[in-house]
Design a protein around this ligand. Structure first.
Ligand code: PMT
Length: 221
C-alpha cells in the first residue's frame, strides 16, 4: 500500500471530455475516456487524500471512496470545479475541455432540407477553467496542475501553454486518434513553473499519476 503522504489534503480532479450540444441529438466532443483522470483519483485516494472527481462523459464506474460529480459541458465542468476548488489543496485538470461550443442550441433536431446546403456551425469561446483558477488563486498555497494534449511540436507547445495558463505543473502528453486517448498507458513530460522538466516513460496511467502527486507534494508549502 502507498504511503499516506496526501492524508489531510483535499484534491480536485477533472476527467473525461466535455460534450457541447448542437441540438437534442448531436454534440461536439473529443476522444477522452477519462482513464488518466480516474488514475489520478485512485492514486490520490490510495495516498490518503479526500478526492473530488469532476467527471464528463466517461463510461467508468465511480472509484471507491471518491466524491464524484457528473457533468456534461465545459460550462457545467467549470461550475463544478470552481465550487470544489474553494477548499482544495490541489486542482488537477486532466479533462479534455472543449475550447469552443456552438453559438446556438437548436431546441429541435436540426433537419436536412432537400436542395439546401448545410448551414455553417458558428462557435463561441468556452471559459478557460485552468487559466481562470490559476489567475484567481482562491488559496495562495493551492497547487494547480494542467495537462497539455498535443499532436505536434509537443514540448514547445507545452512550454508556451504553461506560461499562458499560469499553472504550477503542466503534464505534456502526445495524443492522436489511437494514441493516449482510451489507452491504459501514457508517457509525458511534466513541466514545472520553475523550469524543471520531468520525463515520465511509457507506462500505466497510474505511474504518471503518482509522479504528478510526487511533484505536487513539495509545492504545498
Ligand atoms: O481520458 P484519457 O482517454 O485517459 O486521455 C487522457 C487525456 C489525453 C485526455 C489527458 O491526458 C489530457 O491530456 N488532458 C487534457 C486535454 C486537454 O484539454 O488539453 P488542452 O491542451 O486542450 O488543454 C490544456 C489544459 O487546459 C488542460 O488541463 C485542460 O483541462 C484545460 N482547459 C482547456 C480548455 C478550456 N476551455 N478550459 C480548460 O481548463
Amino acid at each position: 500500500t502507498a504511503a499516506p503522504d496526501l492524508a489531510g489534503r483535499h484534491v480536485v480532479i477533472s476527467a473525461g471530455g466535455t460534450r457541447e450540444p448542437l441540438d437534442p441529438v448531436r454534440f461536439l466532443g473529443n476522444r477522452s475516456s477519462g482513464k488518466q483522470g480516474y488514475a489520478l483519483a485512485r492514486t490520490a485516494a490510495a495516498r490518503g487524500a479526500r478526492v473530488t472527481l469532476v467527471e464528463a462523459n466517461t463510461r467508468l464506474p465511480d472509484p471507491a471512496g471518491v466524491d464524484v460529480v457528473h457533468v456534461g459541458t465545459a460550462v457545467e465542468l467549470r461550475a463544478a470545479v470552481l465550487a470544489a476548488a474553494a477548499d482544495a489543496d490541489a486542482v488537477v485538470m486532466a479533462a479534455a475541455v472543449a475550447d469552443f461550443r456552438p453559438a446556438e442550441y437548436a431546441a429541435g433536431k436540426i433537419k436536412k432540407k432537400d436542395g439546401e446546403e448545410p448551414a455553417p456551425v458558428v462557435l463561441v469561446r468556452n471559459p478557460d477553467i485552468l487559466a481562470e483558477i490559476s489567475a484567481e488563486r482562491v488559496r495562495a498555497d493551492q497547487v494547480i496542475v494542467g495537462f497539455a494534449a498535443e499532436t505536434d511540436d509537443v514540448l514547445a507547445n507545452g512550454r508556451a501553454k504553461l506560461l499562458r495558463k499560469g499553472c504550477d505543473l503542466l503534464v505534456v502528453n502526445e495524443v492522436g486518434e489511437h494514441r493516449t486517448f482510451g489507452a491504459e498507458e501514457n508517457e509525458a513530460v511534466v513541466l514545472a513553473a520553475d523550469g524543471t522538466e520531468t520525463p515520465v516513460p511509457h507506462g500505466p496511467k497510474e505511474a504518471l499519476a503518482d509522479t504528478v502527486w510526487d511533484l505536487a507534494l513539495p509545492l504545498f508549502h
